[in-house]
Structures are given as structure tokens and as C-alpha cells.
Design a protein around this ligand. Sequence first.
Ligand code: FEO
Length: 404
Amino acid sequence: MHIVRKVTDNLYWIGANDHRLTLFENIHPIPEGVSYNSYLLLDKKAVMFDTVDWDGCRQMMENLEFVLDGRELDTVVVNHWEPDHAASLQVVLNRYPKAEIISTEKGFMLMKQFGFHADGHKTITVKEGDKTCFGEHTVTYLEAPMVHWPEAMVTLDLTNGALFSADAFGSFKALDGKLFNDEVDYDRDWIDSNRRYLTNIVGKYGPHIRKLLNKAAPVLDQIKFICPLHGLVWRNNLDYLLDKYTHWASYEPEVKGVMIVYASMYGNTEQAAQAIAAKLAEEGIRNVSLFDVSSTHVSYLIAEVFRVSHVILASCTYNLGIFPPMLNFLEDMKALNVQNRVFALIENGSWAIRSGDLMYRFLDEEMKTITVLNERVTVASHLGENQEEDLGLLADAVADSLRG
Ligand code: FEO
């Protein structure tokens, strides 16, 4: 049975939702699923924009055949060759032997690397600014290297204003019948999934996203639909989405707020984290979140650190080092280019307390444009009643920095 949504005249969403996959890229939990978006334009030529992951192949093929309604498929534009989108291309090519393929030079290189058999299919290599006319619709291509792989491009339909944006503007979370941003409560139900996708999948490539946004700036008024490869299609309020992307891609916090991340073996470091959270509340700081680094997948921590301005790390010392899950969080922040944040530290240990110095050294030497506040709370096994003042000084320093 087909499950198709009409995007606009002659343009259809023919993708698939996936609730079976538990880990996206076999690393990021997706408890609310994910969608693989594929689009079909019926013009003089029938043109498909990207395919889907293997998991969605059967659904996509039923959708494709339903919309084509006996027509041949003439063209497949492949904006991105990562297998969550291109894996099903071979099935499409086998079913439609006359289909030509449009992609970038690096795209076709990846096509060969992944072992696709396109013998007999015409391949058309396009580059920045090239145009293709499919009948009434003419599209142009913008190269989008490292958003999210080097071969990526986006395609703008100059006739109806649909931007096929590849991974840009994508999101975790299955569509489950919905398609458009105005069919959901985005701020309540979607933004967290959108942020977690962007920051974990493409967060490292903020400069490349900014470059793409700058490149798109002159044609922004022509964009009527943003059609990404995952998640919602945007058809209004585009400025809102672009503003969020600008923050994420610039590593600028969305809000003034504090995330407290603790690494605790027996609850004593957790207690210190809870104590500082209470102090901040007493100081009138309302936007505070608290996470156990051992039980929170690091992708959620990354999303939150992109959202807020301030971070308090509280870690026990483990094998004379930083508690491993906390070190993993630090390494992930470094890998994803987190910057422009203020940190404060709480350390714990029963002897040779070293986690504070080691976390400081990591933040100072391994990451970019990070401020670490001088005030630090040191816990020897268990927070003492006589450490009220230490906590107060740290809370004051964080609050002053937030208000500054
Ligand atoms: Fe959704 Fe980079 O693939």
C-alpha cells in the first residue's frame, strides 16, 4: 500500500518512516524513529530526488510506482550518497532501466565505491550553478561539501521554490503521517529532535553549514519549501528555522542557561551536582538542567550543550583520570567543535583528586574559545557541611557570568 503526501503541484513525498532502527548510524538512539525522505516530481520528465535506506525500500518503491502510475522514471537526482538515502538506488535502477542519474563528480565516485551497478544508465555530472530543465521545472545545484559528506549538494527548483536540502535542515523523529512544519507543534514536539540530529550529525561542520547558508542567501526569497532528507518539510516560517540553524552552525547558545553534567560512582558527586543546582535555583537561575553522564546517551548531552551558554562538569577521579563517560563527553564536544561556552568544575576523589585539573586541561588545551571559571568545588569523597561557602562561591560565579 502506498503512503504518499503531496508537497505541492506535481511534487510528492514518497519516502518512508523507520521505527525499527534503534541506533541511527549504529550510534545515536532514535526512540521516536526517523524518516527517510524521497521526493518525486512529475514534469515532462519524472524526476526522483534521492532514495531511502534499505529499511524503507519496499515502502518507497510502492510509493514510487503508485505516483508514476505506469510512467517511466526518467531521472534520479542524488544529492547525498550516504546509504541512509542512496542504499535503495540500485533497486530503483533495476526497476527503471532508462533512468538517468544526476549527481556531483564526488557523488559518482562514491557510487562506484559503494558498488552500484549503473551500466546502461546515463550519468550526468553537475557542479555549482548548473541548471537542468525537466519540462516546466528548471533546477539549479549548489554544492554543499561536508553537509554532511564531501559529495553533497542541494537542488533548488527555480519553478516552484522547492529546495531539496539533503541532510541540511534534517531531523530525527519519524513523520508518522505528518509532513509539514505547520502540521506539528514544532517547539513542543520537534525542536529537540532537530537539534540533536543537527548537532550530532553535522555539528562538526558548522563552517560548512554557514557557507551553504551564505550561498543560499541571494536566493532565499525564491525558496518556498525546504525539503530535507529527514524530518519535516518546511513551507512557512522559514526565518525561524534559519535562525536556529545560524545559532547551531555558529556555535552560539540559543539561551542563557546552565547544564550540569555529573559523573558519580556512589552518589557523592551526584550530591554535589544536586547541591549546586539548588544553589543556582536560590540565586534565581531558572534555566538549569542536570544529567547523569553514565545514563544519558552522549548525543543528548551534545544537543543540550549546543542549546545553553554555561556548563558545570562534576566528575569523580577514576584510575587517576577523568571518569570514562565524562571523558567521552569531553572528547565528543571536541570532535563536534563545541566552542564559545563558559564552564565551571566540581571534582571528587578519595585520594589524589585529579579530575578537576584534568578537565580544566582538556577544556583549555583541546577545545576552542572556552572560558573556565576560577571558582571550583573540590570534594574529598563526600561533600562536607563546611563546604556551603564553596558551593555558594561557585553558584555566585556562574550566576554572575550568566547575567554578565
Ligand atoms: Fe542522512 Fe548524511 O545522511
